[in-house]
Design a protein around this ligand. Structure first.
Ligand SMILES: Nc1ncnc2c1ncn2[C@@H]1O[C@H](COP(=O)(O)OP(=O)(O)OP(=O)(O)O)[C@@H](O)[C@H]1O
Ligand SMILES: [Mg+2]
Length: 224
C-alpha cells in the first residue's frame, strides 16, 4: 500500500507520511550521549510516541545501545495498588523487548515471587547488568500512574540512578502530558509531588511544539 496520511495513533515511517521525528527533538541525542535522564512532556497528539519510538529504533540500530520504548498506560486503574502497577510496567517492557530488541539485548523475566516494591528496580538492574550494551528506557504515558503507584515507580527508578550505566539504564526518559513536578498524588496529601520529587535526578524537562504551518506544508509535500 502506498504511504498515506495518518491520524490514528503513532506514525510508522514505512506506512505514513512522516516528518523526521528526531528533527523535532534535536537536543535528545546530546542527552543520551551524556547519560542523562530526562522528561518529555507535551499535550496529546503532538507526536511524543512517534518521536520516542523512532529514537529507540535508531539508537538500537546504531549498535551502541539497547534502547526500548514501553508504556505505563495499562497501569492506570492501579493507582492505589503499586504492586500491580509495577508488574504491568515490567510486563510491557518484556513484551516490547520481545518484539523490538534482538534476543541478546532482551531482559529476563523477574523471578517468580520477586517482592513487590522492588520488582521493577530488580528487573531493570538485572537487565542492565546482563545486557552487553547500555540500556536506554523510554517510558511513555507515565502519568497514567498516579498516587502510590507513581511514587513507587519513580522511587525505584531513582534508586537505580547512581549505578548507571553498568547496572542501571544510561538514560531513562519519562514521557507524558505533564512535567514531573506536576504529577499528581491523591487528594488529602500534597496536591503534587513537589520539586524535591522522587525523580529529581532528571537533567532536563523538555517539551515538543505542535505542528507548525511549515511542518504541515512539508508533510503535504510528501504526497505526490
Ligand atoms: N513525525 C510526524 N510526522 C507526521 N505526523 C506525525 C508525526 N508524529 C505524529 N504525527 C501525527 O500526530 C498524531 C499523534 O502522534 P503520536 O501518537 O506520536 O502523538 P502523542 O503525542 O504520543 O499523542 P498522545 O499523547 O495522544 O499519545 C499521529 O497520528 C500523526 O497524525
Ligand atoms: Mg503517545
Amino acid at each position: 500500500m502506498p504511504r498515506h496520511f495518518n491520524t490514528a495513533g503513532p506514525n510508522r515511517v514505512e506506512m505514513h507520511y512522516t516528518l523526521s521525528a528526531l528533527a523535532r527533538l534535536p537536543e535528545v541525542h546530546r542527552l543520551v550521549e551524556a547519560e542523562a535522564w530526562f522528561v518529555l512532556h507535551a499535550p496529546r497528539q503532538v507526536g511524543k510516541t512517534t518521536a520516542m519510538r523512532a529514537l529507540a529504533q535508531e539508537l538500537t540500530a546504531s549498535g551502541n545501545y539497547a534502547a526500548l520504548w514501553a508504556t505505563c498506560e495499562a497501569g492506570e486503574p492501579y493507582r492505589d495498588d503499586p504492586g500491580a502497577a509495577e508488574r504491568i510496567v515490567v510486563a510491557d517492557i518484556l513484551r516490547k523487548a520481545e518484539t523490538y530488541l534482538p534476543a541478546e539485548l532482551r531482559p529476563e523475566p523477574p523471578p517468580v515471587g520477586a517482592s513487590a516494591g522492588n520488582l521493577l528496580s530488580d528487573f531493570i538492574h538485572q537487565w542492565c547488568r546482563n545486557c552487553p550494551r547500555p540500556v536506554v528506557l523510554l517510558l511513555d504515558e507515565i502519568d497514567a500512574l498516579q498516587n502510590d503507584a507513581l511514587i513507587s515507580v519513580l522511587r525505584q527508578l531513582r534508586g537505580l540512578y547512581a549505578e548507571r550505566p553498568r547496572a542501571a539504564p544510561s538514560t531513562v526518559a519519562l514521557i507524558g502530558l505533564r512535567d514531573v513536578r506536576d504529577y499528581k498524588v491523591a487528594a488529602g496529601r500534597s496536591p503534587h509531588l513537589g520539586t524535591a520529587s522522587p525523580f529529581n535526578v532528571k537533567a532536563e524537562s523538555m517539551t515538543m511544539a505542535g505542528f507548525s504551518a511549515s511542518d504541515v506544508a512539508a508533510l503535504y509535500g510528501q504526497h505526490k
